[in-house]
Design a protein around this ligand. Structure first.
Ligand SMILES: CC(C)(COP(=O)(O)OP(=O)(O)OC[C@H]1O[C@@H](n2cnc3c(N)ncnc32)[C@H](O)[C@@H]1OP(=O)(O)O)[C@@H](O)C(=O)NCCC(=O)NCCS
Length: 158
């Protein structure tokens, strides 16, 4: 396969990243019916990715093959809790590799770049959350070294 380049997203690539995030929403809709499918292209979604690309508290990496962006990952520093022994923590917030490029270690390369970023920010741990039924994502996260920690549940009042 051609060379995979992992680098930070450029501001002129904002819309491409939003489109990939929308692909992620389409993928995740099955696992989370509460997802607002318009969010990636709404003002809030655009601002979220603009900040990830331009601000120092967050980051957005892209994977490039032959000048084509085939995957992305966004993350940032995360809230810590005084009752846990972690002073600084980062969070892998969302990641997607285009379907035809999956299984080629691109996700792992994106995550490795985030490890470097997190270490430079002096984070002690990286967290990630995923939908309860997204077994593929859980498998990927475990494969790259995440340890299962919490389970979140919701009660529907409607
Ligand atoms: C999850 C995702 C980003 C992984 O990217 P990828 O480039 O395909 O993953 P890699 O090739 O780096 O895989 C690394 C390891 O994880 C495993 N893995 C990756 N995706 C997997 C899946 N869907 N099911 C089972 N295992 C998976 C791989 O088999 C590999 O392990 P191996 O070395 O034993 O083969 C990609 O599959 C994807 O975009 N999925 C849809 C979106 C999604 O679920 N995102 C996460 C929720 S936010």
């Amino acid at each position: 396969m051609d060379k995979i380049i992992i680098r930070k997203a450029k501001i002129e690539e904002l819309e491409i990243v939003q489109k990939l995030n929308h692909e992620l929403f389409l993928h995740d809709e099955e696992y989370d019916p509460m997802l607002n499918m318009n969010w990636p292209f709404e003002k809030a979604g655009e601002t979220y990715f603009r900040n990830k690309i331009t601000e120092k508290t967050g980051v957005c990496f892209v994977a490039v093959i032959n000048n084509e962006i085939v995957g992305y990952m966004a993350g940032g520093m995360a809230k810590t809790y005084p009752y846990r022994k972690i002073k600084k923590q980062s969070e892998l917030e969302n990641i997607l590799v285009k379907e035809e490029y999956r299984g080629k270690k691109i996700g792992e390369l994106l995550f490795k770049e985030f490890i470097k970023w997190s270490k430079a920010k002096k984070a002690e741990r990286i967290k990630v959350s995923t939908s309860f039924d997204n077994a593929g994502a859980v498998k990927f996260y475990k494969r790259v070294g995440f340890i299962p920690y919490a389970t979140e549940l919701e009660y529907d009042l409607k």
